[in-house]
Design a protein around this ligand. Structure first.
Ligand code: PRP
Ligand code: MN
Ligand code: MG
Length: 179
């Protein structure tokens, strides 16, 4: 375990099993729909790559980069599109892949943008959910784990761009971001 991590919440194995479970369910639910699977960069990149390998139906992928946190541990409330999709979502069954839902601001903004572009449907899958932090009314259709209100990193999630490469999810020691 890395020195800056106070506690591992879910191990690589536990996450792996959950991702396979989500992939199996999505394979049933998206049968015959050729979904456009959208990875919300950067945080969702690891979950996305593991999840699509666990989905057995034909699909397409694209990437979108949005950011609301910057180098802070709190959401600024302002969502910026840093990189937009390459393809049109018009008439598509879209599956948004997120690593974590916190306030819900990023996703509610994104859902709004995509729906305005004429999607057929928008479905949200998140690996982690922190419902205690929600400021907008937003429920993911699929979720892996519910997390306590602690600052977590790993499996794609960062603090100031670090720790994304940890294969597990853990609680960051407060002294790391309090100094
Ligand atoms: C994080 C996380 C989610 C979002 C969740 O992204 O990956 O996308 O915040 O927070 P919210 O529900 O309060 O909007 P961040 O803005 O840190 O960008 P990153 O994915 O590049 O780390
Ligand atoms: Mn993100
Ligand atoms: Mg971040």
């Amino acid at each position: 375990m890395q020195n800056d991590i106070k506690e591992v919440l879910y191990s690589e194995e536990q996450i792996g099993a959950k991702v396979k479970e989500l992939g199996a369910q999505l394979s049933v639910d998206f049968e015959g729909r050729n979904p456009l699977v959208i990875c919300v960069l950067k945080g969702a990149f690891i979950f996305m790559s593991d999840l699509v390998k666990a989905i057995t139906v034909p699909l397409e992928i694209d990437f979108m980069a949005v950011s609301s946190y910057g180098a802070s541990t709190k959401s600024s409330g302002v969502v910026k599109i840093i990189k937009d999709l390459d393809v049109s979502v018009e008439g598509r069954d879209v599956l948004i892949v997120e690593d974590i839902i916190d306030s819900g601001l990023t996703l509610s903004y994104l859902i709004d943008v995509l729906e305005h572009r004429g999607t057929k449907s928008v479905t949200v899958v998140t690996l982690f959910d922190k419902p205690a932090r929600r400021t907008v009314d937003l429920q993911p259709h699929y979720k892996g784990f519910t997390l306590p209100d602690e600052f977590v990193v790993g499996y794609g999630l960062d603090y100031a761009e670090k720790y994304r490469n940890l294969p597990y999810i853990g609680i960051l020691k407060p002294q790391v971001y309090e100094k």
